[in-house]
Design a binder for this molecule. Structure first.
Ligand code: PLP
Length: 663
């Protein structure tokens, strides 16, 4: 497997070795509670205060509060609570207050979410207004100037986590000053630590939250700076730790580790210089441009941190890029880490007004200032390999089944469609392709140079429905409905039915249902059945349905109850006990091509999940070896094993948790 290249530093970073050692020391000899008055406690307290003093020097925070906490979400919470409580108290004193909170349109969602939460809980009734950004992702200072007199709190970030765009903090400070705004000002400094110069006490900033894990400290440690004289309300009360500002026994291992990072920043020599980081970005950007000639960078480099590259590739979804990059051992993300699981457009890019496709297909590559040139070079080589993989035809011939026609399953939200294709004659028949996938299906045909012979539906009226028309429209040709080929085929029961030839195979129509297989002396040897064919011997053909839930079915026994998932521990034993087993990688061919997987010295055979039906007939017939399905996370392989079992294969297994857990 490929060694990992971690390019997702804006989500979290690895831990600096010195930070790891400092944390270990704090947990070993330095385990004392800093609130204790004995020697062990005093030593712990001295360590904590050394770290705080170092943080004050690094952040230019010689005045004001600087407290340790769990991270930026907590710091943001505390700042918001403090500002809103101040509004409450001012109103209680009968003082006039503004009615607005201005929230930068590209803030991390911790900011608007905690504002909405506390505004509701405290009943403050403030209007939470978005402060728009321009096309470069920078705050609209004209809007700020206009609204700032009414604002009680302004929230802007120092640098954006998705795009790396650096805010014009001097410009914002000047706008607040010029408009004589009474607003408190929170600046989320999470992505700025170690990447931008900070001089907090000399600035107008009232609140500045930080998170250690974005710069080589572990997760669960952070800091909050509060300007001297700015309102403050503790979020947590209890034992009075941190001078009553943040109760709860301190995360001393985290503080020690953060201390090691802060010392490295102060002393210099550990992290790469700004110029070196700019060179790293230039190298990666050039590699992306070479690999994907149409690539678009979603934020102007001149206003962005050198450590973040946000890009979109025309015609390639972020999910596809992520999948292939991950297979190549490159960890990147789509949009922000919190929303990476959903393929939603990015609110940050939407706020910048980038076109919808760019926002929906954005990929973020981010590295930390420890990055070395060898890693960047390796990443560049892998980017080129990934681009080649992404260009692979999706309708590729596959060797295993020994049959000429291929069968690809297309799924969309519970609906399933099928493409039957013959690589030799470059012709294809589409059955039940969901409307939403008509364009994608047509693109697959175009990319492979396939001619659409017919687009069919197994809907009860047997005619051409909206989806078949849509597919024909997108494919620019083809016949929606059954073409009049003039050919007939005989079934084993003697019936003669209309047929269409697809290479040496044929599709036979029986009402609104279809049978596909090899034509031998005019008699069909069926392999696949589409639609409802109750009276036909279904055991001979694999039933390919319209609903994803039960896309594949046969007359075989139902799924057996016995476990079909192997965990990483059981894997070695299972492989030793089943030396004849076939390991099948059900990732798509593009993922396989950049990161083939070997288990027990055997390179897995690649059969993408979408091609399972095509190969299932082989494994249910000629080849009876035990099957071990594998994939990235274990989800696709579990589906494959469940499907094969439900089709009557007694020995189909899945590697639970995928390669990620198998090491
Ligand atoms: N603010 C920004 C800009 C961030 O990038 C993040 C984390 O992604 C946060 C706040 C929240 O930090 P944490 O999850 O460490 O509390």
């Amino acid at each position: 497997m490929n060694p990992e290249i971690y390019l997702d530093a804006n989500a979290t970073s690895p831990v600096l070795p010195a930070a790891f050692r400092a944390a270990a020391a704090a947990m070993a000899d330095g385990f004392g509670n800093p609130s204790s008055s004995h020697a062990a406690g005093l030593r712990a307290r001295a360590m904590r205060e050394e770290v705080r003093a170092c943080a004050r020097r690094v952040l230019g925070a010689d005045e004001g509060r600087l407290m340790f906490n769990s991270g930026a979400t907590e710091g943001i919470q505390t700042a918001v609570l403090s500002a809103l409580c101040a509004v409450h108290e001012a109103r209680a004193r009968g003082e006039a207050c503004g009615d607005l909170v201005l929230i930068g349109a590209t803030e991390h969602k911790a900011v608007p979410e905690s504002l909405a939460h506390w505004n509701r809980l405290l009943g403050t009734g403030l209007e939470l207004r978005t402060l728009p950004v321009d096309a470069a992702g920078r705050h609209r200072l004209d809007v700020l100037r206009e609204l700032a007199p009414r604002a009680v709190l302004v929230c802007t970030m120092a640098a954006n986590n998705e795009t790396g765009v650096v805010s014009d903090l001097d410009g914002i400070a000047a706008a607040l000053q010029d408009s004589a705004s009474p607003a408190l000002w929170m600046v989320d400094c999470v992505q700025a630590l170690g990447k931008l110069p900070l001089n907090l006490s000399a600035s107008r900033i009232d609140y500045a939250p930080f998170s250690g894990h974005k710069l080589y400290a572990p997760k669960g440690i952070g800091m909050l700076y509060v300007r001297a004289g700015a309102p403050f309300t503790p979020l947590m009360c209890g034992g009075g730790q941190e001078e009553g500002q943040r109760s709860g026994t301190e995360n001393m291992a985290g503080i020690a580790a953060l201390g090691a990072v802060l010392r490295a920043l102060e002393e210099g020599g550990t992290f790469r210089t700004h110029a070196a980081l700019l060179a790293c970005r230039a190298r990666l950007a050039a590699a992306l441009q070479d690999a994907f000639p149409g690539v678009v960078f979603n934020a102007p480099f001149e206003h962005a941190l050198p450590t973040t590259i946000n890009f979109s590739v025309p015609g390639v979804s972020s999910a596809d890029v992520l999948e292939v990059f991950d297979a190549a051992g490159m960890r990147v993300s789509a949009g922000s880490a919190c929303s990476a699981a959903k393929a939603a457009p990015s609110h940050v890019l939407d706020a910048m007004g980038v076109p919808g496709w760019q926002s929906a297909s954005a990929v973020r590559m981010s590295f930390g200032p420890l990055v070395d040139d060898a890693v960047i070079e390796l990443a560049c080589a892998r980017i080129a390999a990934c681009a080649r993989a992404l260009a692979l035809p999706l309708l590729a011939p596959m060797a295993l089944s020994g049959e000429r026609a291929g069968l690809v399953q297309l799924e969309h939200e519970g609906d399933t469609g099928w493409l039957l294709f013959d690589p030799a004659s470059r012709s294809c028949i589409a059955i039940d392709v969901p409307v939403a996938l008509a364009e994608r299906g047509a693109a697959m045909l175009r990319a492979g140079g396939y001619r659409l012979l017919a687009a069919l539906s197994t809907a009860p009226d047997g005619g051409a429905d909206a989806a078949t028309f849509a597919l024909c429209a997108h494919a620019g040709a083809g016949i929606a409905g059954w073409p009049d080929s003039g050919i007939e085929a005989r079934l084993e029961d003697g019936r003669r039915l209309p047929a269409i030839a697809l290479g040496a195979d044929a599709l036979v129509r029986d009402g609104a249902a279809y049978l596909f297989g090899r034509l031998e002396d005019g008699v069909l040897a069926p392999r696949f059945a589409f639609g409802d064919l109750p009276e036909y011997g279904a055991a001979a053909a694999l039933q390919c349905g319209r609903a994803s839930e039960r896309a594949l079915a046969s007359a075989h026994a139902p799924v057996q109850a016995e476990a079909m998932e192997l965990d990483a521990d059981a894997l070695q034993r299972w492989l030793a006990e089943h030396p004849e087993a076939l390991v099948v990688d059900v990732r798509c061919a593009r993922e396989f091509s950049v990161g083939p997987v070997a288990l027990h010295g055997q390179v897995a055979l690649n059969v993408p999940l979408a091609r399972l039906a095509e190969h299932a007939t082989h494994w249910l017939g000629a080849d009876t070896r035990p099957l071990l399905f594998v994939c990235r996370s274990g989800a696709r392989s579990a589906r494959a094993a469940r499907t094969l079992r439900s089709l009557g294969h007694p020995r189909a297994w899945s590697l639970a948790g995928g390669f990620a857990l198998a090491g």
